[in-house]
Design a protein around this ligand. Structure first.
Ligand code: IPE
Ligand code: IPE
Ligand code: MG
Length: 246
């Protein structure tokens, strides 16, 4: 039986989020520059987006650049921004053909003008697509997002468009960048690191966590299928007893 046949098509996670990590180490191991690692990482993005669309996953969120990543050497940051422009240039047609809708979360206004323009072009071209929604987290961090949400909510309370006593968990979710996106069911991190690095802290409250030792440039469809297979073995109890959810 192939790995794909072992997956239950009825219990595919609706939303998978991935912390794509290990590009630098992948390059180091081969005596190449970190940027080569990021380029290889982009081909894994292509492979995983294609696979997710095929598997009829509804939402795929990829952590592509964190708020903290601005602190990397300037040449690496500008290389990543350029890579993003090139990747959008190269893959937008394929996104359209595969009925993928692109969204972004994060402080995209802080990205270089050229990157913002390319992103807006792809957002516009894919906005009516109805298959997979691909969410790119760019200049994103959870604490940034939550801080922005607090600021907006405080403003809305001050000008009386919302009353303090009416605030619920749903209200808070609505103020986050992910307001129209369901919470992730499965969070994957590659490269053998066991941390969340400021990613979707509110939204992963009940996500299943999956850590893979594979470096991101080597992470392909078979690895995604392995993660889904593992996810399907889990019992999601949401605080209840095992008997209650049987
Ligand atoms: C992930 O790979 C890509 C980004 C964070 C932009 P890294 O660049 O973090 O790779 P390692 O962790 O140094 O191997
Ligand atoms: C997390 O990876 C951010 C992205 C994948 C974009 P990092 O490589 O930046 O995380 P840390 O610094 O090792 O926690
Ligand atoms: Mg890393």
């Amino acid at each position: 039986m192939t790995l794909e046949n072992e997956i239950n098509k009825h219990t595919i996670p609706q939303h998978i989020a991935i912390i794509m990590d290990g590009n630098g180490r992948w390059a180091n191991l081969r005596g190449k520059t970190r940027l080569v690692g990021h380029q290889e990482g982009a081909s894994s993005v292509d492979a995983i987006v294609t696979a997710a669309a095929e598997l009829k996953i509804k939402f795929l969120t990829l952590y592509a650049f964190s708020t903290e990543n601005w602190n990397r050497p300037p040449t690496e940051v500008s290389g990543l921004m350029e890579l993003l422009v090139n990747a959008l240039q190269k893959y937008t047609k394929k996104l359209v053909a595969n009925n993928v809708r692109l969204l972004t979360i994060g402080d995209t206004k802080s990205l270089p003008k050229k990157t913002q323009e390319k992103l807006n072009e792809t957002l516009e071209k894919t906005k009516h697509n109805t298959g997979l929604t691909l969410v790119l987290a760019l200049s994103y961090s959870s604490r940034w997002e939550i801080t922005e949400a607090f600021k907006k909510l405080a403003h809305d309370c001050c000008n009386n468009s919302i009353s303090v006593d009416s605030i619920t968990q749903e209200t808070i979710s609505k103020y986050l960048c992910t307001h129209d996106i369901p919470d992730p069911d499965l969070l994957i991190r590659t490269s053998g690191e066991y941390r969340i690095s400021n990613f979707l802290l509110w939204q992963i409250a009940y996500a299943e966590l999956y850590f893979s030792d594979v470096l991101w440039p080597d992470f392909k469809k078979e690895h995604l299928l392995e993660a889904i297979k593992d996810y399907q073995k889990r019992e999601r109890r949401f605080g209840k007893t095992g008997e209650q959810i049987k």
